[in-house]
Design a protein around this ligand. Sequence first.
Ligand SMILES: Nc1ncnc2c1ncn2[C@@H]1O[C@H](COP(=O)(O)OP(=O)(O)OP(=O)(O)O)[C@@H](O)[C@H]1O
Ligand SMILES: [Mg+2]
Length: 258
Amino acid sequence: MLEPKIKFENVVKNFKTSSGDNHILGNLSFDIFAEEFVCVLGPSGCGKSTILSLIAGLLKPSSGKVIFNSKLVERPDSSRTLVFQEYALFPWLNILDNVAFGLTTKNHGKEKPQKKAMEYLNLVGLSEYKNYPVNQVSGGMRQRVALARALAVEPEVLLLDEPFGALDQQTRENMQNELLRLWMKTKKTVIFVTHSVDEALKLADRILVIGGKPGKLLFDATVAVSRPRDLKDSHLINIRNQILDNLTHPDFFMGSDI
Ligand SMILES: Nc1ncnc2c1ncn2[C@@H]1O[C@H](COP(=O)(O)OP(=O)(O)OP(=O)(O)O)[C@@H](O)[C@H]1O
Ligand SMILES: [Mg+2]
C-alpha cells in the first residue's frame, strides 16, 4: 500500500494562555500523499496556520502524531519549507540575496548558492530584477521572491499560508496559474492554506475543510477535474455547495469571513 507523505494521527493542539488552555485542534486525522496539491480551507482562527506549523515542525502536537515519510516530525528541516502568511523577506537584502539566503546554510555540493538562487528566480520570472531591493517591488513580486526562496532549498513539501491573500484579483489569478505551472514542473507535495473556496476549487487535487472549536476535519473533497478549470463546471459547483454546506453548518459556524 502507498505510504502517505504526511500523516496526522489523532492530532490535538492546545495553547496555554493566562486564562487556561485554548483548544485549537481536536483529534485531527488525515493523510496526504506525495505530489498531491492539497488546499486547507476554513474560517479565521480555526487552526489552519497551526496545521502548517505542525507539519513544518515549528510546533509539536499536545497529543497524537504528525508523521512525515513514516517518521515522527520532531523539528523543522529543509525537506518541508513554509511560506508565511506575511512575506517574511529581509527588506535590507536585494531579491537575489533573499533567495540565496536559505542556501548558505545547506550543502549544495559544488553549486554556489547564488547560481541556485538564479535558477529559481528564472523559474518565477524575476531574474531581471535580481538586484532590486525587495522593499521597492510590488506585493506580487515579493510573493514570487518568497516562492522562489522556498523552492530553492528543493523541499519535498511546500507549505503555503494564504500566499496570495494580499494581492489584487488579477495578480492573484496570475500567481495561481504560475504556482500550478511550477507544481506541474516540480511535482512537490503542496499544502496551501486559503480562505477562498474558489481559489481552492481552482487549484487543489483535494480540499480539507476545517472548522469548529476545537478545529475538526469537516469535509475531505477530492477534486477530480482537469486543469485549467472553469468554476462554472457542474462538478466544481457541486463540490462548492458541499463545502459551503459544511462551513455554514450551525454546529460549526464561527462567523467565517468566507
Ligand atoms: N503560539 C500561540 N499561542 C497561543 N495561541 C495561539 C498561538 N498560535 C495560534 N494561537 C491561537 O490559535 C488559534 C488558531 O490560530 P491559527 O493561526 O492557526 O488560525 P488560522 O486558521 O490560521 O487563522 P487565520 O485564517 O486568521 O490565519 C487562534 O485563536 C490563535 O489565537
Ligand atoms: Mg493563519
